[in-house]
Write a protein that binds this ligand. Structure first.
Ligand code: NAD
Ligand code: ZN
Ligand code: ZN
Length: 352
């Protein structure tokens, strides 16, 4: 099969690799869409240490069942499916509680990090355990389905924030994750959702996707705007979707006393904590990692048009264009959102 192989750092090539042989618990998926994730781009040049070559990356995928392992039930050849990026063990304490994103033996599809190496979906075929596979509704195109992983991340961030409805919310960072969290917050019943970024193009997308107000500001200026918008009180919940020192501090400044700051962004490994503000204003800092069980809800909300991903897809391209797209994303070219690769393109097999 054709696969996009990271043969060494900063170098992707189309390689001819054997089609994976599914284990008894696996489903073999013919890939019809696989999104390029920010983490793939950070892995590509070696900075994250989580894409050690040689590796086929890609974990945001959808496709068609091509074969099933001997122990698999509930799936048949030809089913349209997607799968979670997290391969959980199913037996550890966390998995037994349903917290599969915290699995002690957690692996991620398309990651190679020293502890393990698992081939991903920038290839014509990928094998994954059936327990992470979901059937797709007809209403979702494959390219949209490749966004389910990111949508689930946003839904999980909202879920761990334990909202009751009618909250005022601020999203800091209108990237892929922030723009999906905006929609997830509305779907969860937030009354007003403000979105802040330092990039006007991103804020334009936020407006189109329903932001009640967009704010081209950061730091102290953003805090002042938020205080004005909330009669000096601060918002009920802040979703931090950047992950830098400044934005985490601002998130804490913008939340009301007793409010929640949900931390999704994690570009920086470490940030300063304004400890006394957090303690004396009794703020809840809530981390959010990946997702656990949000895929069905994500499919429902996307099918109903309540979470829209179309405007976030920059391009759908054949696997052979993968190296060029990785270069463009890696160089930080502005206004690129999700790029989805379809390994069937160019092979005459494309159909939804
Ligand atoms: N917790 C999780 O499970 C999870 C999953 C996926 C991504 N992430 C993290 O979420 C973060 C966002 O991911 P993304 O894919 O949306 O990235 P992205 O690059 O698409 O978006 C980041 C946005 O932050 C904006 N930004 C940068 N500095 C800012 C500032 N000072 N103030 C306001 N906005 C600022 C940028 O303009 C951009 O729009 C990253 O840190 C990523 O690692 C976390
Ligand atoms: Zn991803
Ligand atoms: Zn586990």
């Amino acid at each position: 099969m054709n696969a996009l192989l990271l043969s060494k750092y900063n170098h992707l090539e189309i390689a001819n690799l054997p089609v994976p042989v599914p284990e008894p618990v696996d489903v073999l998926v013919q890939v019809a869409a696989c999104g390029i994730c920010g983490s793939d781009v950070h892995g590509y040049d070696g900075t994250s240490g989580r894409r050690i070559p040689p590796l086929v990356m890609g974990h945001e995928a959808a496709g068609i069942v091509a074969a099933i392992g001997s122990e698999v039930s509930g799936f048949a050849v030809g089913d349209r499916v997607t799968f979670d990026s997290t391969v959980y063990c199913g037996v550890c304490t966390f998995c037994r509680k349903g917290e599969v994103n915290l699995c002690d033996d957690r692996q991620v599809v398309g990651v190679s990090c020293g502890d393990y190496s698992r081939a991903g979906a920038f290839a014509e075929y990928v094998a994954v355990p059936a327990r992470i596979v979901y059937k797709l509704p007809e209403s979702l195109a494959f390219a949209e389905a490749a966004m389910l992983e990111a949508v689930s991340v946003a839904l999980h961030a909202v879920a761990v924030s334990k909202l009751e409805g009618k909250e005022t919310a601020l999203i800091i960072g209108a990237g892929m994750i922030g723009l999906l969290t905006l929609q997830a917050a509305h779907a969860a019943g937030c009354s007003r959702v403000f979105v802040a970024d330092i990039d006007t193009t991103r804020l334009k997308s936020a407006s189109e996707l329903g932001a009640d107000k967009t704010l081209l500001a950061s730091g102290e200026a953003l805090t002042q705007e938020i205080l004005q918008l909330t009669a000096g009180r601060g918002v009920d919940v802040v979703f931090e979707a950047v992950g830098r020192n400044e934005t985490v501090t601002t998130a804490i400044d913008c939340v009301r006393k007793g409010g929640t700051v949900t931390l999704i962004g994690n570009i920086s490994a470490q940030v300063d904590l304004p400890l006394q503000k957090v303690v004396s204003r009794q703020i809840r800092l809530q981390g959010s990692c990946a997702s656990c069980g949000e895929y069905p809800e994500a499919m429902k909300l996307m099918s109903a048009g309540r979470i829209r991903v179309g405007p976030l897809i920059t391009a759908v391209a054949p696997l052979s264009d993968g190296p060029a797209w990785f270069d463009r994303l890696h160089s930080g070219e502005p206004n690129l959102m999700k790029v989805v690769l379809d390994p069937r393109m160019g092979s005459g097999q494309v159909h939804e």
